[in-house]
Design a protein around this ligand. Structure first.
Ligand code: PXP
Length: 254
């Protein structure tokens, strides 16, 4: 079964709405781990709209599972990551006006710049992931420039408006997983996944980890982070692929 990375950014979003000290994303990280998270993800954006520099060291201290720092390839952010040394860095595109990360990092177009960042982070002993769209060329390039893993953008599936598009998006994910595994990459997935839409992707063979944020933090308002995390872990377990499961069968049944 795939493991769960909980993205705690939106706990900090609520805090930053008042520029105060609550709710604390560090506390959220503790609760998510108690709920069964295998990874805690935080995105230090260049605009610092949620996670801030002051969160990083306390987060690193309390995270006993994998600590995944989501980040752009901006030199100032890379320097912070190199000092902090989280378990993993996930390279993402960043645009000021976006509501959240939209789409994947174009590692084909940005190949040289991303390759230099991957090299620098790996020299610090950090695992490197790239958040990319499920396209063969993107996956192959991520492998060629030395990424350990890729996080496939699941937004195409999550935002699909028709069953046909949803199935096509699942097939694209299945194809990208196959390419990634052939290249020796570990495959993660994330973006737009919710309690209601997780089943078909959780049932796809090949995903090792899902990074999920908004839906868990939203649910946590009513049941707390620990229980909200536990409920998502339960779904990943319930829908985990069996040995004989075929992606296409799962895709067509939803
Ligand atoms: N993975 C990446 C790389 C992301 O940028 C985000 C959004 O911050 C997520 C996963 C989580 O997405 P969501 O909040 O929609 O679950």
């Amino acid at each position: 079964m795939a493991t769960l990375g909980v993205n705690i950014d939106h706990v900090a979003t609520v805090r930053q709405a008042r520029r105060t000290d609550e709710p604390d994303p560090v506390w959220a990280a503790v609760e998510a781990q108690l709920g069964g998270a295998s990874c805690i993800t935080a995105h230090l954006r260049e605009d610092r709209r949620h996670i801030t520099d002051r969160d990083l060291e306390p987060l690193k201290a309390v995270v006993r599972v994998k600590f995944n720092l989501e980040m752009s390839i901006a030199p100032s952010i890379v320097a912070i990551a190199a000092r902090l040394r989280p378990t993993q860095c996930c390279l993402v595109p960043e645009r000021r006006q976006e509501l959240t990360t939209e789409g994947g990092l174009d590692v084909v177009r940005l190949r040289r710049r991303v390759a230099a960042v991957v090299k620098k982070l790996k020299a610090c002993g950090i695992r490197v992931s790239a958040f990319i769209e499920p396209l063969a060329e993107q996956v192959e390039t991520a492998a060629e420039i030395g990424c350990d893993c890729v996080e496939l953008w699941t937004g195409g599936y999550a935002h699909a408006r028709t069953p046909q598009r949803r199935v096509a998006a699942l097939h694209a994910l299945g194809d990208a997983i196959a390419v990634g595994r052939a290249c020796g990459l570990e495959i993660h997935g994330g973006h737009g996944l919710t309690y209601r839409n997780i089943a078909p992707v959780a049932a796809m063979p090949g995903f090792v980890e899902f990074n999920i944020g908004h839906t868990i933090v939203a649910r946590a308002m009513f049941v707390g982070i620990r229980r909200a995390t536990r409920e998502m872990v339960k779904l990943l377990k319930r829908y985990a692929p069996s040995e004989s499961c075929q992606c296409s069968r799962v895709a067509s049944s939803h």
